[in-house]
Design a binder for this molecule. Structure first.
Ligand code: PMP
Length: 399
């Protein structure tokens, strides 16, 4: 009889639900390797020094007026330089339609809505597996989804021939969602050579690549290196789309600072596309938040602060790479007969461990270790202090 009586509770988000369960566990041994947010070696959240300095410069000096509908022009300029290259001809020729977005998620959603509005018969090809929210985003934008082969469970690496076949078999002119670097959840990226082959095949098939770049700099420690896949596609003359985020690489998670860009045929097309992206944003949130955008543009605009940022992002990547090594070495020291090479071969925030949902359940129930049931370990939650405990528990449940 009540107006909302028919509303059932929504299913828990598979990723955010893990943190809730972790917080509710009183055990002093508990470990959270679920959520994808960086932690220092004491398990604490980190605010970068370059961000603190940018905040000092903002404090008391700037007003809180609305940004334009498309967001901060300066922040967009700096974002495009990061993604497309400092001296990109596409930037000079004003061929890129770009708007500030509500971090990477918001950029993906804006693009999906744009796709639905202007290419209503198109579909999106999404890798198996992918970050689970990709499915929600394109579902809510009402773009039909197809999947493509990506991960090879036996080798815990890339199924390159399966991937190439699916690219070839998709109808000409299909939209593909690609992870620019640090594929989530697998940590498996194509090599440079493989990216070149993928780009070539996209050209043959006239597919459109949409890059989700949530981890630029966070994967290898070098933003230029992590942009390599995009640069290869640009060299090959593709039009591309790109979602960028400062959540991981600047630690601005809750600030929702990101950028959506679409490389167009010419400046006129870019102006039209940008105006339509703004039109989509207007009734959803009107204009994006100002603080994170200021932090980003202050850092990237100042050579000294940018230098500090590059050092700090490398520091985060290096800590994660170090923890991969430590986890693998601990498992080997315990005498695990299984191969754990994939822990160090994979890149970025996550290790796709290959553990089954039942093994993960045992980790949680017997060892108070929290992670998603697909076996994805957030390496950012691993520390010098818990790596031995984690390795021992993994060894016990995979015996
Ligand atoms: N895309 C991918 C592939 C991700 O891993 C994440 C973060 N988990 C996001 C998008 C969302 O990032 P943001 O917080 O910038 O929206």
């Amino acid at each position: 009889s009540s107006l909302f009586g028919h509303v059932e509770p929504a299913p828990k988000d598979p990723i955010l639900g893990v943190t809730e369960a972790f917080l509710a566990d009183p055990s002093p041994d508990k470990v959270n390797v679920g959520v994808g947010a960086y932690r220092d070696d004491n398990g604490q959240p980190v605010v970068l020094s370059c961000v603190r300095e940018a905040e000092r410069r903002i404090l008391g000096n700037l007003n809180m007026e609305y940004l334009p509908m498309g967001g901060s022009i300066k922040m967009i300029e700096e974002s495009l330089k990061l993604a497309y290259g400092e001296d990109s001809g596409f930037i000079k020729d004003k061929r890129i339609a770009a708007v500030q977005a509500l971090s990477d998620t918001g950029a993906c959603r804006l693009f999906a809505d744009f796709q639905k509005r202007f290419l209503p018969d198109s579909q999106i090809y999404i890798s198996t597996p992918t970050w689970s929210n990709h499915h929600n985003i394109w579902r809510d934008a009402q773009v039909p989804q197809k999947t493509f082969t990506y991960y090879h469970p036996e080798s815990r690496g890339l199924d390159f021939s399966g991937l190439m076949n699916d690219i070839k078999n998709a109808p000409d002119g299909s939209f593909f969602l690609l992870h620019a670097c640090a594929h989530n959840p697998t940590g498996v990226d194509p090599t440079e050579e493989q990216w070149r082959e993928i780009s070539h095949q996209f050209k043959v098939k006239k597919h459109f690549p949409f890059f989700d770049m949530a981890y630029q700099g966070f994967a290898s420690g070098d933003p230029e290196r992590d942009a390599k896949a995009i640069r290869i596609f640009l060299e090959d003359g593709h039009q591309i789309g790109c979602a960028q985020s400062y959540a991981k690489n600047m630690g601005l998670y809750g600030q929702r600072a990101g950028c959506l860009s679409i490389l167009c045929e010419d400046e006129m097309q870019a102006v039209a596309v940008k105006s339509q992206l703004q039109q989509i944003a207007r009734p959803m949130y009107s204009n994006p938040p100002v603080h994170g955008a200021l932090v980003v543009s202050i850092i990237l605009n100042d050579p000294e602060l940018k230098g500090l940022w590059l050092k700090e992002v490398k520091g985060m990547a290096d800590r994660i790479i170090g923890m991969r090594k430590a986890l693998k070495e601990n498992l080997e020291k315990l005498g695990s007969p299984l191969s754990w090479d994939h822990i160090t071969n994979q890149i970025g925030m996550f290790c796709y461990s290959g553990m089954t949902p039942e093994q993960v359940d045992r980790l949680t129930n017997e060892y108070h270790i929290y992670m998603t049931r697909n076996g994805r370990i957030s390496m950012a939650g691993v520390t010098t202090g818990n790596v031995a405990y984690l390795a021992n528990a993994i060894h016990e449940v995979t015996k």
